[in-house]
Design a protein around this ligand. Structure first.
Ligand code: CP
Length: 314
């Protein structure tokens, strides 16, 4: 097999739209080696010794923030966390001034989550450290898209030619956008289903992407089903009638699961609303890789940090 000569050194990770197929392949292959480190007794290598990383989160997070922190520490970097509620952000400090403050302290990478779409792209424009987007509004969540691809490939052995269904609030989901971009680049056929108010057809229909009104059509013979978290505030804004109605029409339950392939892989980015978008039976059943996604998140984020900060060869 030809060596992948792609380099991500110095690249800002803003969205999978900016990633080539070769760059995605490099991250997935690097993450395989990183996963071995997580399983060692001593989970520490010096790949990023001397590097410093700050996580800057303006929105809540359990998985993403913790896994970036863990990833940096496993690679020997110094990692510091800044959250909006406990920093000078609540005194009114602007994003730009916060970024400059972190930059002059000498951080090599800023991993940031912000409610505004484009916040990470703005940061990449005004600040020198590598910027890794850990979620910006409904725009992108590239490390989640990559860890989903990694988990799928681990189970299926390949990506090209698979059928994936993505179910739920596609419109407001940065996970869905990153999934769609990553999956299409790697040759996965994507089928979307959700309430019409949460899935405008015109935004998504293009080659390789199919929009369905009914979940049953989307998940039929699927290799992978990615169930999205329903953002409960959408109900208050009238975008779906009631939780019970949503669960009845779009919830992934035991009965519906039989429509997909027997070995269908169930993904969910978390946190889950069990009994709403996904039944406990499906969430914890033998087809579910939801817990593995969390562990793979550490491996993929180790790969992203190593590749962007050192090129992966130091
Ligand atoms: N999947 C995800 O982004 O989870 P957190 O909000 O817990 O980081």
């Amino acid at each position: 097999m030809a060596k992948n000569t792609t380099s991500l050194r110095g690249k800002d990770v803003l969205g999978l739209k900016d990633f080539s197929k070769e760059e995605i392949r490099l991250v997935l292959d690097t993450a395989k080696g990183m996963k071995d480190i997580i399983h060692r007794d001593i989970k520490k290598v010096p790949a990023l010794r001397g590097k410093s990383i700050v996580t800057l989160f303006y929105e809540p997070s359990t998985r993403t923030r913790t896994s970036f922190e863990t990833a940096g520490k496993y690679l020997g970097a110094d990692v510091v966390n800044v959250t909006a509620g406990t920093s000078s952000i609540i005194k009114g400090e602007s994003l730009r001034d916060t970024l400059y403050t972190l930059q002059v302290m000498g951080f090599d990478a800023i991993v940031m989550r912000h409610k505004a779409e484009g916040a990470a792209a703005y940061a990449a424009k005004v600040a020198d450290p590598v910027i890794i987007n850990a979620g910006d509004g409904a725009h992108a969540h590239p490390s989640q898209g990559l860890l989903n691809l990694f988990t799928i490939e681990e189970h299926k052995g390949h990506l090209e030619g698979l059928k994936a269904a993505i179910i739920g609030d596609i419109s407001h989901s940065r996970v869905a956008r990153s999934d769609i971009q990553g999956m299409r680049k790697m040759g996965i056929e994507v089928h979307l289903a959700g309430p019409k108010t949460l899935l405008p057809r015109y935004l998504f229909e293009e080659p390789g992407i199919f929009v369905h009104d009914r979940i049953e059509e989307a998940i039929k013979d699927a290799d992978v089903i990615n169930v999205l978290r329903i953002q409960l505030e959408r109900q208050k804004s009238g975008l779906f009638p009631s939780m019970r109605e949503y669960a009845r029409i779009f919830g992934l339950n035991e009965k519906r699961l039989t429509l997909a392939k027997d070995d269908v892989l169930i993904l969910h980015p978390g946190p889950m609303n069990k009994g709403l978008e996904i039944s406990p039976y499906v969430a914890y059943g033998s087809n579910s890789a939801i817990q593995e996604q969390v562990q793979n998140g550490v491996a993929v984020r180790m790969a992203l940090l190593a590749l962007t900060l050192t090129g992966g060869n130091d």
